[in-house]
Every structure is written in C-alpha cells, then in structure tokens.
Write a protein of this length. Structure first.
Length: 263
C-alpha cells in the first residue's frame, strides 16, 4: 500500500529522503516534527585512478577557479588529493554552490571565495565575476547537469568538467527498505537530483502507483524535469535549489495545507 497517511500538522507526517547522503537532512526534518525516513535511491562510487580527475588535480595550480557543486564532490576531490600525495595549492580560488558545500570546503581548510546568496545556476555563473579567458575546473558527478558549464563557456571561460565521483542509480541494497517504507505509506518524498528520481524509478515496479497521493517535492527545475519524464507531476519545486530551500518550501506548503486529521 502507498499514498498519503493521516496525521496532524507536520508531526507524524512521514517524508522519504532519497539523496545518497541524507542523514543530516533527515535529522533537520525530524527536528521540525517530520517522521523522516532515509532510503538512498542513488549510491556514490569512486572514479578510476589515472583518469581525467587525477590529471586535473596534478595541474590544479593552473586554474583560476575550482567550482564544487556538492559536499560529496568536495570529499571526492580531497580524498584523491591525499591519495596522490598532492598538496592543496593556494592559487585557484574556490567557489561553493551553497552553505553545505562551503562547510565541506571549510572542513578541509579552504575558505571559499564565493558562495551565492541563492543557489541558482545563473547566480553561480555570474557570481564568479569576469571569467572570459579564465580557466575553471568543475569536478562533479558523472550524471551532473551541463547547464553550469554551458553558461560559463558562454561568458568566455575555459571550462574543464571532470567526473569526481560516480552515481549508481537504483542500488539493489535499497530495494527492500524502499518497498517496506512505501508499504507502510508516506506523505511526501524529497528528490534532490535527477539521479535520485531515476534511481527511485529503477527500484519500484510502478512509480506512479508508488507515489499516488504523495507530495512530490523537487530541489529544482532539473530534478522536476526528471520527475516529468516519468509521467509524474512535481507538486513542489524549491525556488532556492538547496536543501535549505527545499525544506523551506516544504514547510510553507505544509503550513498552507488544510489540517490533517487522524482517522
């Protein structure tokens, strides 16, 4: 059985978190009164040694900017730097797409030179200042959107986009936990990337049936498009494309919804 459960306010309302690193997000939702459950519909994996990531890191001091778009990307870069025995050069400036990514950089001893006030792809592309002729490194997931490098290239930047970590959509170890939670019933599901959407679809027989009556919340338009490609309609798309923005949008939606009564 699936679909929306009965409850009162956010308290007792069950939300499914699908991102691969979802413990912190679950804890924040729990603190707000949600019954947050985590089943990652995507797993993260390392890239092969000796590939484009290693080559880029060996010449890191030749870049003007390094733009990291997730905490997972930060960890992948610095783990590889350590495995290669490479120091972190002081030359490139680092940009983080949001506060969580900035905190991941700070944990590595790097103070980002730029963090946009709002995580919008265009805000990142324009917030780096004059980039014409500048070299920009984008270490990202293998399934990342191409919108940011496209916008940077339009502004004249020389962009190297390298895969820092791989995503495995629909990891088999998540199939049974997901089945159990859907059978119990959920009120909302949070998708934070197109990969989490596609991973969910790989793990269930019928995504539309699994999410019947469930509020589908997306972190941004790219994720919403992935939901639409399944023939589903996203109920909520965060205006600010961060987990903070997604939580805020979910809270606003819940506050404006009619009260839910226990049957």
């Amino acid at each position: 059985m699936s679909g929306r459960r009965d409850g009162g306010g956010a308290g007792g309302r069950r939300v499914l978190v699908t991102r691969p690193e979802g413990r912190d997000l679950c804890a924040r939702l729990q603190a707000l009164g949600w019954d947050a459950r985590w089943v990652p519909t995507v797993a993260l994996g390392e890239v092969e040694s000796g590939g484009p990531l290693d080559a880029a890191l060996r010449r890191l001091d030749t870049y003007d900017w390094v733009v990291v778009t997730s905490a997972a990307g930060v960890r992948a870069v610095f783990q590889r730097l350590r495995s290669l025995g490479l120091p972190v050069p002081t030359v490139p400036r680092w940009a983080a797409v949001g506060p969580a990514t900035a905190q991941a950089l700070q944990a590595q001893g790097i103070e980002p030179s730029f963090v946009p006030d709002r995580y919008l792809t265009r805000a990142i592309a324009t917030g780096l200042g004059e980039v014409a002729g500048r070299r920009v490194l984008l270490p990202r997931a293998d399934a990342a959107s191409h919108e940011l490098p496209r916008l940077l290239r339009q502004r004249g930047a020389h962009v190297d986009q390298v895969v820092a970590y791989r995503t495995v959509e629909g990891p088999e170890e998540s199939r049974e936990p997901l089945r159990r939670i859907l059978a119990e019933g959920i009120d909302a599901v949070l998708f934070t990337s197109g990969s989490t959407v596609r991973g969910f679809a790989r793990l269930v027989d019928d995504p539309a049936a699994a999410l019947a009556g469930v509020l589908v919340a997306c972190i941004g338009p790219v994720t919403a498009r992935a939901v639409g490609e399944l023939g589903l309609h996203p109920d909520l798309v965060a205006a600010e494309h961060t987990t903070d923005g997604l939580i805020a949008a979910l809270q606003r939606r819940e506050a404006s919804a009619p009260a839910h009564h226990t049957a």
